[in-house]
Ligand binder design. Sequence first.
Ligand SMILES: [Ca+2]
Ligand SMILES: [Ca+2]
Length: 214
Amino acid sequence: MKKIITTVSAMTLTAPSGATKESQPVVQDNYLEDLEFIYASEESFKGSGFIDLSVEKTVLLTHDADNSGDITVGDKLKYTIQVHNLDDVEASGVSLLDFLESKIELNLGTVAVTQGVVISGNDFMDDTDVVYLDFGTIASNWFALVNFDVTVTNLEPGLNVISNSAEAYGPSGSFFLSDDPTTPGYDPTMVDAYGAYPDLIFTDGFEFRGSGGF
Ligand SMILES: [Ca+2]
Ligand SMILES: [Ca+2]
């Protein structure tokens, strides 16, 4: 019996990846310009409790479930976020919010902090797409850390980019987006992942599975 051939050309494999990677920083740059605009009147923050925090977020592949050597569905990643108080005064009431995109799910109960309280992410009833915590007060020139594990659950066929920025809130309503310290420029933390292709079935009856498949 003849079946419909579904094939994916090399062009479709490579084209979206380039587009995604180039477009991501542009979006972020625009956003940063907005932030700079808001803080252009930084003078007005002086003496009003404005404190400079740096937020850095990194990601590691900690469990390559299918031994594919790259990030695929079922693998586990560990995110680490460091919030550093760069000022000479303590930063009180620092909270952190991290929305996870639909390609990954938080492994509930894995959220570990060096200080403060985990508000969402460690109870089995919590959402698996958000980490929310209250660091409390970060001493001057000191830092707080959080790390948590996620599982890759949902990828499009081919190259995906799992992208994420955490948001830290400091005193006086100040707001800080995370940067990936391992890359130049101010950007979200991005990592390549590879989704499996559906089974390809040829007219001669030859049948095989796409690489990285289930
Ligand atoms: Ca893998
Ligand atoms: Ca960076």
